[in-house]
Design a protein around this ligand. Structure first.
Ligand SMILES: Nc1nc2c(ncn2[C@@H]2O[C@H](COP(=O)(O)OP(=O)(O)OP(=O)(O)O)[C@@H](O)[C@H]2O)c(=O)[nH]1
Length: 303
């Protein structure tokens, strides 16, 4: 019998680098939301990929940036917390943006946090650049940090992802699997459901508002007929935002609810009845409870 292997891989990169897309591609199930807006990933969502005898547990960390608010500081701390527990770290850089200031800042922080953990460079979105640009970028990045390996991928198109998986499977240590094979994500369903609704709100609302709201699943009720009733609250930070989220005659929230319900039903493979309520909670950005709902530690945000 082949020996099993298992371990953690942390994805680190600037917001929008494509971490969620890469995670979804490798895990093969939609566990982390993808939108065009930056900083959509708040919780430390894990996806699990099976690759031959190896099980790779991905930690999809929030984008790392310069923190200002308490929430931002919590996110940065959570990102590095995920990396420090990992067997391997993948640094994602966007091919068309190159060695940005943000990427340089992450590399500088890697020197302090990675310790003995091997870090591989993953240049993503190679579908957007020419090969000459790519080689020059790879060289430049490898001069700035001692990466154990370099991969050039397109998470969206799937290029290079199989090679990366082969490599990861060899990197995780020999040992028993950490999760049952058929389990794709250890993120509680309540949180996935909240993320799905937040994604739909993000797609419908513009500019600042998506960053100033949060969604929580209040109640999850299994029904005898196999369906589930899910009650969620959308917390907004300002009274003025409530009307915007509701829309004229409630049409925005209704459309959001319909889209979220359809996706949740597809994800679960059974009917879901979704009920949304919008509440103003001016201080939600500073409340500890809201943080644990997102899988973050409130204290990490202390300056
Ligand atoms: N052209 C191209 N676009 C990509 C690729 N991978 C991801 N994208 C796009 O880049 C955007 C950001 O991708 P995400 O996966 O949400 O990025 P992320 O790093 O998880 O972002 P945060 O959650 O904000 O940290 C989305 O619009 C993706 O469709 C790729 O290989 N090629």
């Amino acid at each position: 019998m082949t020996e099993t292997r298992a371990g953690f891989a942390a994805l680190i990169g600037e917001p929008n680098a494509g971490k969620s897309t890469l995670l979804n591609r490798m895990v093969g199930a939609k566990v982390s939301i993808v939108t065009h807006k930056v900083q959509t990933t708040r919780a430390r969502i894990r996806g699990i990929a099976m690759h031959g005898p190896a099980q790779i547990v991905f930690v999809d960390t929030p984008g790392i940036f310069r923190p200002r608010r308490r929430l931002d500081r919590s996110m940065v701390k959570a990102a590095w917390g995920g990396a420090a527990d990992a067997d391997v770290i993948l640094l994602l850089v966007e091919a068309h943006r190159g060695l940005t200031e943000g990427a340089q800042a992450i590399i500088a922080q890697l020197r302090d946090h990675a310790g003995q953990i091997p870090v591989a460079l993953v240049i993503n979105k190679i579908d957007r650049v020419k090969s000459e640009t790519l080689l020059a970028l790879s060289q430049q990045l490898n001069e700035s940090y001692d990466f154990v390996a370099t991969f050039m991928v397109s998470a969206e198109k799937g290029y290079g992802c199989a090679d990366l998986m082969d490599w990861l499977a060899g990197q995780v240590p020999a040992g028993p699997w950490l999760y049952p094979e058929d389990q794709v994500a250890d993120l509680p369903m309540r949180m996935i459901a909240a993320e799905i609704t937040r994604e739909k709100l993000t797609l419908r609302l513009h500019e600042e508002i998506p960053y100033q709201l949060t969604v929580e699943t209040e109640k999850w009720e299994e029904r005898k007929d196999g369906s589930a009733r899910v009650d969620q609250i959308v917390y907004v930070a300002r009274p003025g935002h409530k009307g915007i989220v509701l829309g004229k005659g409630g049409e925005t929230i209704k459309a959001v609810g319909q889209a979220a319900r359809a996706e949740l039903t597809e994800f679960m493979g059974r009917p879901v009845h979704l009920f949304l309520q919008v509440k103003v909670r001016e201080n939600w950005l500073d409340e500890a409870e809201r943080y644990s709902e997102m899988g973050l530690d409130f204290r990490d945000g202390d300056a």
